[in-house]
Design a protein around this ligand. Structure first.
Ligand code: ZN
Ligand code: ZN
Length: 455
């Protein structure tokens, strides 16, 4: 029997973490931190599995909402076998220390957890068993009632470097596929993802863009030209542009877009400000250029001239030397670089803010994704409502599948059971209704934190 229990990230893009028990073998899929919640509230609810046996944890990719609570999980279950792709491990070596520092700042003495140390992270990372895409590996839990091990395989998910969908197969022919965050379409650097070439029994499907009209996501090339036009207008008036982006994934894709537009003469050659963690992650992208499916194997991010954003101490520098500023966090969460810059940025009518990624409804970024120049808005952390004097524009460079592709995944894998996760309620609703309308014989399940499902 297969039992499935969400510990977080079910009806939201939050602390993704799912427990699955397959005939006695306990596996955890992802161990994320909520991108917006603080301190202990950002963790998955590990209490839910305190009486369950857990043998292994499989990490789909190195975004914070999928990996950043791993040290806490390992503290509760120190004997767990940890598996992730080679690339995810290299990225985690750069990012987990940063997540630990942020969490440490947020925790107070009323929280009953102790932040993890850099030594703990280093030790943890040394125990990771790294796997290539499509390299089969095997897990057998101590309480397994199978005689043969479970067979596991990572499939390139096309979302960010190292991202994987996870296939688990049992000796009696049952199969289970967890998409992680998946993107079937080509981005600027990465090619679209792969799916198993076989029928799946149970599919755990992400639904990030379930509520987004695909007309907006369809034409990457069209968006690039629209972006160039918008940026050129601001640069020719002497303004700078702030782009809040995740250091992992979106920054690298955007650098590649800007570079190509400048090379083709479609975008005014200008300064690009970046740095910090994103630069270290870009070096991992460069290192693995031959190992993963990429559009252009010769392209390297380090060849793109970039100024170090973290060396700029005086805001007027963005007026003296205008340019495009790629700053994390992607959702302009309070206390981050993009949030701090935004507070000044909005005062200047010749400056611009470009929104390119998914925004949580309660994040400051969401306010900008749904506002325009001249609007008076309330931003978390700023006491009084403020006027947005700068220009604001939204562009779509998706790193998740558009919603029709999510249905396509169902069509290809022909599952009997589908569990929808990793989306806002409206997104899950759209995908759920579509599946019920198009497929008569699929059992659809809603995932809820703490709610057991059995297949
Ligand atoms: Zn992701
Ligand atoms: Zn995610």
């Amino acid at each position: 029997m297969i039992k499935f229990l969400p510990l977080g990230g079910a009806l939201e893009i939050g602390a993704s973490c799912f427990y699955i028990n397959i005939n006695g073998t306990g596996i955890i899929l992802d161990s994320g931190l909520h991108p917006r919640q603080k301190g202990i509230n950002a963790l998955p609810d590990f209490e839910l599995i305190k009486n369950e046996n857990v043998d292994a944890v499989l990490i789909s990719h190195a975004h914070q909402d999928h990996i950043a609570s791993l040290p806490f999980l390992i503290r509760n279950h120190p004997y767990l076998q940890i598996f992730m792709t080679v690339q995810s491990l290299e990225i985690a070596e750069k990012t987990l220390h940063n997540s630990s520092r942020i969490l440490k700042e947020q925790l107070n003495e009323n929280d009953l957890i102790v932040p993890y140390s850099h030594e703990e992270i280093n030790l943890l990372l040394r125990t990771v068993r790294e796997k290539d895409y499509n390299e089969k590996f095997y897990i057998n839990g101590i309480a397994s009632s199978y005689t043969k091990e479970l067979e596991i395989e990572f499939y390139d998910a096309g979302h960010i470097l190292g991202s994987a969908g996870i296939l688990i197969k049992t000796q009696d022919g049952k199969s289970f596929f967890y998409t992680g965050d998946i993107n079937l379409s080509t981005q600027s650097i990465l090619n679209g993802g792969d799916l198993p070439d076989e029928k799946i029994d149970t599919l755990i499907l992400e639904t990030t863009y379930g509520a987004t009209d695909s007309k907006l996501l369809n034409d990457w090339r069209h968006e690039e030209l629209r972006l160039a036009k918008y940026l050129n207008k601001i640069f020719s008036n002497g303004g700078s542009v702030l782009v809040p982006v995740f250091a992992l994934g979106k920054t690298q894709e955007l650098l590649s877009i800007l570079n190509r537009l400048m090379k083709k003469g479609l975008l005014i050659e200008t300064n690009i400000y970046s740095g910090g963690l994103s630069k270290e992650i870009s070096s991992v992208y460069d290192k693995h250029k031959y190992k993963v499916k990429r559009k252009n194997k010769n392209f390297e991010l380090k060849d793109i001239p970039q100024l170090n954003l973290y060396e700029i101490k005086d805001f007027n520098e963005f007026r003296r030397n205008p340019g495009i500023v790629l700053a994390s966090s992607g959702m302009m969460i309070k206390g981050t670089k993009s949030y701090e810059l935004m507070k000044n940025w909005i005062k200047y009518d010749d400056f611009g803010i470009v929104i390119v990624g998914y925004m949580d409804e309660e994040s400051p970024g969401f306010v900008f994704a749904n506002s325009k120049k001249g609007d008076i808005v309330k931003i978390a952390g700023i006491e009084n409502p403020v006027e947005i004097k700068c220009n604001v524009e939204k562009f779509y460079f998706p790193s998740h599948s558009k919603r029709e592709d999510l249905i396509e995944i169902v069509k290809i894998l022909k599952p009997e059971n589908v569990v929808l996760i990793h989306g806002d309620p409206e997104a899950i609703d759209w995908v759920g209704h579509k599946i019920l309308n198009e497929f008569n014989d699929i059992k659809l399940y809603e995932a809820r934190k703490g709610n057991w499902l059995k297949f």
